[in-house]
Write a protein that binds this ligand. Sequence first.
Ligand code: 5GP
Length: 129
Amino acid sequence: MLHKIMAYKYEDDNIFAKILRGEIPNDTVLENEYALAFRDINPQRPHHVLIIPKGRYVSFDHFAKEAADDQIIGYIQAIGAVCDLLNVSIDNGDGFRMIANSGQHGVQEVPHLHVHILGGSSCGKMIQS
Ligand code: 5GP
């Protein structure tokens, strides 16, 4: 049986790494020890925020498997806080869509883990057929 040798390769020259290093400006919504949230440069809904961990993770699966517990907690808490800040939480708002495009079939453009939070108007059906 062939074993696929998988290694997540993080490249430090990706655009979100540059944002984290302060080399490119961003419109910050929230920052904590573990995460940075900023508005997408090309918003697809009235609210379109990207939330990235501060660690060197390519994708959600990479993060889920290799991040430390405090990194995971801090990142997920940042997502909840952004939903509150944007008033899209379903306890006091109209909801949102969270997307984490991953790899080639997920059509991920920037190889640093990010979730998109989209809200402020309906996001329509989940996926095109
Ligand atoms: P992906 O397809 O990788 O899930 O999404 C990448 C997202 O990053 C896109 O929605 C794109 O508009 C956004 N983006 C790309 N470059 C920049 C940038 O320099 N600044 C910000 N704020 N967003 C960016």
